[in-house]
Design a protein around this ligand. Structure first.
Ligand SMILES: Nc1nc2c(c(=O)[nH]1)N[C@H]1C(S)=C(S)[C@@H](COP(=O)(O)O)O[C@H]1N2
Ligand SMILES: [Mo]
Length: 256
């Protein structure tokens, strides 16, 4: 037992004794009590939960000013999906485009681009960091993913959000994909972006919709979204590591 645990147990021992009127002689006796163990366990979970809430869950990625915007926002990875269906969407100005949201949700649905644009928007100027050694600051406008989640109502077992993309990555029908946990999914800066630097998102940067996951490295920000799937686990998707690049050795949690 660490000194810290010992102090906690003493505190709980005193609290329990005071509350119940029991006379407790030592912490060994106490720790054998199943009810006490449950109380201690839930108190630890509560502490962890509070820390995530304050530090990790809600912490914001840095936002910049208009003057900081990079003159060019380069393209990386796919710059024009080699996908006939995607090309018909480009030709129609994305009138036929639909973003499917499904999986472990009460109300699966598909959104047109206009429906996404009609939802409350958020604009943020952030820095994109690619592992290949370049960064760029861009101004993104879109709808926070949280608005869609509120509409589709994820089931309690939904632990991850998987982004499926339109760009084929090889000849065998696999497409780019990525995933994030529910803390990042509900985060206000996790935006489904449709504008870059006050213009419609160009094809090279993920038109018509790409996600911005601002607290993580660039490869998490999947472009050309076609489907958002809520899952309990992702071991059945791709090679099971939660993303196209994760399947090839990158970290799943790519916090900056
Ligand atoms: N669908 C899709 N999303 C993707 C990629 C890709 O190849 N396909 N590349 C990723 C990587 S490694 C980076 S750095 C960024 C690049 O975004 P950009 O083209 O807007 O610069 O997109 C990420 N999202
Ligand atoms: Mo990247």
């Amino acid at each position: 037992m660490t000194r810290h645990d010992d102090t906690r147990r003493r505190f709980f021992g005193r609290a329990l004794a005071a509350g119940s009127g029991l006379l407790l002689t030592g912490c060994d006796q106490l720790s054998q009590n199943a009810w006490f163990t449950r109380v201690l366990g839930s108190a630890e979970k509560l502490t962890q939960g509070t820390q995530r809430l304050l530090l990790s869950r809600k912490s914001m990625a840095q936002e910049f000013s208009e003057a900081d915007i990079s003159p060019q926002f380069r393209s990386n990875g796919t710059s024009n999906p080699n996908n006939p269906l995607y090309q018909t969407w480009v030709a129609s100005g994305f009138a036929d485009y639909r973003l499917q949201v499904d999986g472990l949700v009460a109300r699966p649905r598909a959104y047109t681009l206009d429906e996404l644009k009609a939802l409350p928007s958020r604009t943020q100027i952030t820095r994109h960091d690619c592992v290949e050694g370049w960064s760029a600051i861009g101004k993104w406008k879109g709808v926070s993913l949280s608005h869609l989640l509120a509409q589709v109502e994820p089931h309690p077992q939904a632990n991850y959000v998987v982004f499926h993309c339109a760009d084929p990555m090889n000849g065998q029908g696999s497409h780019y994909y990525e995933s994030i946990d529910m803390d990042d999914a509900w985060h206000v800066q996790t935006v489904l972006a449709y504008d870059l630097n006050d213009a419609p998102l160009p094809v090279k940067n993920g038109a018509p919709i790409r996600v911005r996951v601002e607290r993580q490295l660039g490869y998490k920000s999947a472009k050309y979204l076609t489907r958002i799937e809520l899952v309990e686990r992702f071991d059945h998707i791709g090679k099971g590591r939660g993303g196209y690049w994760e399947d090839r050795g990158y970290e799943w949690y790519a916090g900056i």
